[in-house]
Design a protein around this ligand. Structure first.
Ligand code: AMP
Length: 282
């Protein structure tokens, strides 16, 4: 594995590889890697010639500075995992490499409705930060293929929109959510859960599965309220539980029995905010 810390050097290296006709896969991450991240690396290795992973904890996407400060860093283990799984290139930039002019006065992206709901509503500015960093990373890496996780369902829709409006058009691959054996979606944030919190955490996936099992056409509000009670019983503070149109996340109050539908949850266990989702109908 080759490690680059400088944007220009990485861009030069990858340009020569692209010019030789290689397909370049890109997996952007914030580190504290787990098998969910590694599944994206493997997906990239399966269809591209050269896989680039970036580790960069992007300050501009944290609406809560405490959350940024507490973000787990496990760099040695990350490098070990990436190398073990055959990653070709690791990009490990300092903030100044990504934001040479600082993080004030950054560009604003028109994300429309997507930015006003769910994660956009509860984490103001978050998706602007995601677009600011992704735009820069895509310009530096210039991938032919981009790999991201369905775990961050709304983020995938935001990035699709960014790709549609931006110049570069890599193929976009959304990869399924990897889970622990008790159903908890793998997440770097799980490292912050205490023992009791960790024991309660699978209740999110249990609630999603409960919704799937009891899904019916017509009014959906009973399902949401039942799931909310289940989470509160297990000590969660719920930001949202929502059933939404799978293609654009428009809230679905009544279901016709066949439209593509996704259930999304964000909830705190102690100080740790967890998100998860489940596609209920394709
Ligand atoms: P993060 O480091 O949290 O920014 O995540 C980097 C990428 O890994 C994003 O595209 C995430 O959606 C994806 N990812 C995070 N957790 C999982 C998971 N449990 N399964 C699959 N992909 C994931």
């Amino acid at each position: 594995m080759i490690l680059f810390k400088r944007s220009l050097e990485l861009a030069k290296y990858l340009e020569s590889r692209r010019n030789s006709g290689l397909r370049i896969g890109f997996v952007p991450t914030m580190g504290a890697l787990h098998n969910g991240h590694i599944s994206l690396i493997k997906a990239s290795m399966g269809v591209t010639d050269l896989t680039v992973c970036s580790i960069f904890v992007n300050p501009t996407q944290f609406n809560d500075p405490k959350d940024f400060k507490k973000y787990p860093i496990t760099l040695e283990k990350d490098i070990y995992l990436l190398e073990k799984n055959g990653t070709h290139v690791l990009f490990l930039p300092d903030p100044a490499e990504i934001y040479p002019d600082g993080t004030h006065h950054l560009e604003h992206y028109d994300l429309g409705y997507l930015e006003t709901i769910l994660e956009g509503q509860y984490r103001p500015g978050h998706f602007q930060g995601v677009c600011q960093v992704m735009h820069r990373l895509l310009r530096i890496v210039g991938p032919t293929d981009l790999f991201m996780g369905e775990k961050d369902y709304q983020q995938c829709l935001v990035i699709k929109r960014l790709l549609e409006t931006g110049g570069s058009q890599p193929s976009f691959h959304t990869c399924p959510t990897l889970r622990e054996s008790d159903g908890l979606a793998m997440s770097s944030r799980n490292l912050r859960l205490g023992d009791m919190e960790r024991a309660n955490a699978p209740a999110i996936y249990e609630a999603l599965q409960w919704i799937r099992e009891h899904l019916h056409s017509g009014d959906l509000s009973g399902l949401v309220e039942n799931a909310r009670s289940r989470l509160m019983e297990r000590g969660f503070r719920v930001d949202y539980i929502e059933l939404a149109r799978a293609e654009n996340l428009e809230k679905m109050v009544q279901w016709d029995g066949h439209s593509p539908l996704v259930a999304l949850i964000a909830a705190f266990q102690g100080e740790t905010r967890l998100i998860d989702n489940l596609v209920l109908a394709h």
